[in-house]
Design a protein around this ligand. Sequence first.
Ligand SMILES: Cc1cc2nc3c(=O)[nH]c(=O)nc-3n(C[C@H](O)[C@H](O)[C@H](O)COP(=O)(O)OP(=O)(O)OC[C@H]3O[C@@H](n4cnc5c(N)ncnc54)[C@H](O)[C@@H]3O)c2cc1C
Length: 293
Amino acid sequence: MKASAFAYTRATSVANALELLAAHGDRAKVLSGGQSLIPAMNLRLICPELIVDIGDLVDLRGVGVKGDILSIGALTRHVDLERSPEIAAHAPLLTEAIAHVAHPAIRNRGTLGGSLAQADPASELPACMLALNATMIARDQAGERRIAAADFFKGIYETALSAQELLVAVELPVARKNSGHFFHEFARRHGDYAIAGLAAQAVVEGDVFADLRLVYFAVGDRPMLAKAANTLVNVAVTPAVLSEASAVLSEELDPQADQEASAGMRRHLAKVLLARCASALLGRPDLNAGGTV
Ligand SMILES: Cc1cc2nc3c(=O)[nH]c(=O)nc-3n(C[C@H](O)[C@H](O)[C@H](O)COP(=O)(O)OP(=O)(O)OC[C@H]3O[C@@H](n4cnc5c(N)ncnc54)[C@H](O)[C@@H]3O)c2cc1C
């Protein structure tokens, strides 16, 4: 199938893009890497009247560190995230996760901003943003606003962005001393969207979690910051404690069934991920001895 007829314009500046979005509202769509938008248009899942191509807006591309903040432009491509020494040093969770996003051809075009604005619940990068406690920076003609990752993802393909807003950048606190991360997803094939996944960021002091953010993806309508993590912080993590955390996790999960997996399978995989994560971050193979809890 082909997309229905649409008009196309290449924005010459951020101000120009915002002017076009203000004038056309939800009849317009921003085009970044096109790796989600174009397939959706070709399937006629969406039929925008105007495409605003922001691909030339180099101001929105790049990675920088200022003090303890890592800043990433929305138009930074997946491949550049993957190769960035700043991201590897200050947000290694992201470096690890990006290798699971689709395939090299898609990572050469797809952008961070596109992935976050798309808000696919099975997507890796939204979960990482929540695990890393990111702030999204959105701009419209009236100015800029900062949105915590926890308030940004609203549901399946739904974010806090209005039709007049552009996501321009993301800010992340640089990784703290003693921090560690864990990323794993179950997918049918490498590069496919996940069936269930976990992105986690932790601070480990001695053999105890001083802080732990567990963010599950592909198990609900948006990335989920698991309260179960609280059960594991500032305590000696024994198999019994882990089992309690697993029970809390089971309570808060509400996975959906689809052609990839049943709700029960997703719930099971989430618990397997919990055990693997605690075991890996604490260097305790005994916590994952049974493979699940
Ligand atoms: C075969 C295939 C497999 C894939 N597998 C995965 C996968 O495993 N994991 C995964 O996460 N993704 C996957 N993707 C999606 C891919 O990562 C996309 O690159 C990404 O989701 C969207 O980025 P983009 O730059 O291409 O955005 P686009 O397609 O250009 O835009 C996506 C949406 O975001 C909006 N948008 C884009 N940029 C902005 C902005 N700056 N401000 C406001 N709105 C904006 C657009 O209007 C559109 O609605 C896959 C894609 C394909 C085709």
